[in-house]
Design a protein around this ligand. Sequence first.
Ligand SMILES: O=C(CO)[C@@H](O)[C@H](O)COP(=O)(O)O
Ligand SMILES: [Fe+2]
Length: 235
Amino acid sequence: MAGAGGGMLGSCSCKIGPSILNADLSNLASEARRLMDCGADYLHLDVMDGHFVPNMTFGHPVVKSLRQHSDAFFDMHMMVAGPEQWIEGMRDAGANLFTFHVEATDDVKGCIRKVKEAGMQVGIGLKPKTPVDVVFPYVEDVDMVLVMTVEPGFGGQKFMADMMPKVQALRAKYKSLDIEVDGGVGPSTIDLAAEAGANMIVSGTAVVRSDNPREVIGQLRGKVDEAIQKANLER
Ligand SMILES: O=C(CO)[C@@H](O)[C@H](O)COP(=O)(O)O
Ligand SMILES: [Fe+2]
């Protein structure tokens, strides 16, 4: 089954993508359905290989199984060393967006090209200690830039507000770029991310562990839409 949201990127509109990392992974299909039914725009799927980050999750066989049960747009957050070797498998599994880390390969341009040739959209991510100018040479070639707001590897960590200058620097240079933030984002931190200029919001624990995920997704969307409107008026 092909993903339904293939053309989702490019408009710089608000998009909310719950991370399933802290969901019930033994019931991934029903968790995916629950989150999409609660108003999510896409699913953020965290792939960890135990090398690039000190944790492991799942690979393309699980993504392929999930694709049999979900039409959602799959944003693959590839926390893996040597992302090139995962491209084909993820494409065949039904991934839509393949986001790898600039720190994970010596050939960022080559990896971007290979993801595109495989027919997926491409994102590049940067860890908290990586300066934002490292991604500037690639921004024109990608569909999305992911600014990590926690050290990658685990859900449920504290949002790093000191990453916001990276988001601001990207937004100042690229008005219509899709900019994603990931890590510790929820109702108490969304203001900072939205005002800095992030429009793709990954939220794990705050959504997945909430008694009312629909309400949380609505709150996040409200803040981002408000910030986008404000920025448009100021332009
Ligand atoms: O990539 C990661 C962690 O490495 C994230 O996607 C988190 O899993 C998001 O979860 P919360 O921080 O929102 O709980
Ligand atoms: Fe993630």
